[in-house]
Design a protein around this ligand. Structure first.
Ligand code: NDP
Ligand code: HSE
Length: 430
């Protein structure tokens, strides 16, 4: 039997704790699959004295996580601290620079520094593994990098944030407020240290930028993801969408049409008939379309201790087997810097919700704004009384460009008859 693979583990929170549980519970199975034992040598976290339900006396404690990489009894560093920069990035750089393997669940760091780290890994022939960083326990990184490697992929999209999906699902099923449900998502260990990363769509944008690079062979371009979170989604939108045959999901979508990169994270109306409409709670799902394989649909738990740690340990098994391979499916030098698609030119149907004064001529004013922008209305409903004393007007447009709909919306928003900020959401039509 080969020598054990020895881990230096930085971060003993939700995911770090889960890694211990899996390594302890499935110890023999993991050894048989990996071809050698996987053991922990040293650990690091902020607070040495915090009770974690783990017997840490078995391992060396390191106050400065950065010191893990240099230890002679560490072959692979597992980074479960989080944060795009700071100690996580310093640890990644020092580990890979030493030619040691690095396993992380840190999508923020990869979205910002993934190419630099992948280049360093290539130069030092070290493994850089990050299955847990996108969609938690779902093996979508392997799925795209290896399983779908023979295909040209032109579109990848999905539900990439468990916290948002959990919130939207409970708002819909139980009529709960956004704030009440966010607290539960935090208690369950789904949310990021700063939950605004979840609800403002940033976490999903991190993941989408990584998926797009893998799918299209392009350089990661997190800055080019047009991102809107779920703060503005009202329970009235959830009800209206249901009445129209849709469910609201935060969807990340990336396309490579005409060799231009389009990336967007937005709340979206998903038709009931689409499989994404039935991905609930903290579940995530990723859809990829390949030119030979057709539509691939990956789904499973996208957040939480067990699922995320499962992906981390899968990476460790790969490392134990000596599987290195390029982090983003091809050497960094071969990833193309794709020009960006014009977001405003993107076509689709749109959902619009406005609160308006209930007086003659208001609907005519709204429809005139759409007519003048060249937007045709597919359906229009005026419903109920809003909390602002106005009435809701909900419209679904025919296929239009985002620029057309935005122009109409800007004009409507400026009207004295419109109360508050109008809501616009994309409709998923494929
Ligand atoms: P937690 O906040 O639960 O845990 C973070 C851990 O990092 C804590 O143990 C903390 O120490 C430790 N830590 C913080 N700063 C330092 C430092 N400077 N040096 C050493 N240790 C430090 O986070 P999660 O486990 O939820 O997340 C970890 C990573 O996994 C993040 O990148 C996150 O985005 C990612 N991820 C999380 C998922 C989830 O469902 N939670 C899913 C997918 C990815 P202490 O305990 O002493 O405070
Ligand atoms: N905060 C993230 C989520 C964790 O809610 O999906 C998984 O990446």
């Amino acid at each position: 039997m080969a020598a054990p693979l020895r881990i230096g583990l930085a971060g003993l929170g939700t995911v770090g704790g889960g890694v211990f549980k899996i390594l302890d519970t499935n110890v023999e199975l993991i050894e048989r699959r990996a071809g050698r034992a996987i053991t922990v040598s040293a650990v690091s976290a902020r607070d040495r004295h915090r009770e974690r339900g783990i017997d840490l006396g078995r391992f060396a404690w390191v106050d400065d996580a950065g010191a893990l990489a240099a230890r002679d009894d560490v072959d692979v560093v597992v980074e479960l601290i989080g944060g795009a920069d700071g100690p996580a990035l310093a640890l990644a750089r020092s580990t890979l620079d030493r030619g040691k393997a690095f396993v992380t669940a840190n999508k923020a760091m990869l979205a910002h520094h993934g190419l630099e780290l992948a280049e360093l890994a290539e130069q030092r022939s070290a493994a850089l593994k990050y299955e847990a960083a996108v969609a938690g326990g779902i093996p979508v990184i392997k799925g795209l990098r290896e399983g779908a490697a023979a295909n040209q992929l032109d579109r990848v999209y999905g539900i990439l944030n468990g916290t948002c999906n959990y919130i939207l699902t409970r708002m819909e099923n139980e009529g709960l407020s956004f704030d009440a449900v966010l607290g539960d998502a935090q208690r369950l260990g789904y949310a990021e240290a700063d939950p605004s990363f979840d609800i403002d769509g940033i976490d999903a944008a991190h993941k989408l930028s990584i998926l797009a690079s893998l799918a299209f062979g392009s350089r990661i371009d997190f800055g080019a993801v047009a991102t809107t979170g779920i703060r503005a989604v009202d329970s009235a939108d959830i009800e209206h969408a249901a009445a129209l045959g849709f469910r609201i999901k935060l969807v990340g979508l990336a396309t490579a049409e005409s060799d231009r990169l389009f990336q967007r994270v937005h709340p979206c109306l998903v038709p009931h008939a689409h499989p994404l409409a039935h991905v609930d709670g903290s579940l995530n799902a990723v859809v990829a379309e390949g030119n030979f394989v057709g539509r691939l649909f990956f789904s499973g738990r996208g957040a939480g201790e067990g699922p995320t740690a499962s992906a981390v340990v899968a990476d460790l098994i790969d490392v134990a087997r000596g599987e290195i391979g390029p982090a983003f499916a091809m050497p960094v030098a071969r990833l193309s810097p794709m020009p960006l698609a014009d977001q405003d030119a993107h076509h689709g149907r749109f959902y619009l919700r406005l609160t308006v004064a209930d007086r003659p001529g208001v609907l005519a004013e709204l429809t005139a704004a759409l007519r003048d922008a060249g937007v045709s209305i597919e359906s229009l409903i005026q419903r109920g009384q809003s909390s602002d004393g106005g009435v809701f007007v909900v419209m679904v447009t025919h296929v239009s460009t985002q620029a057309q709909v935005q122009a109409a919306l800007d004009r409507m928003a400026a009207s004295a008859n419109v109360v508050g900020t109008p809501m616009m959401m994309h409709i998923l039509d494929f």
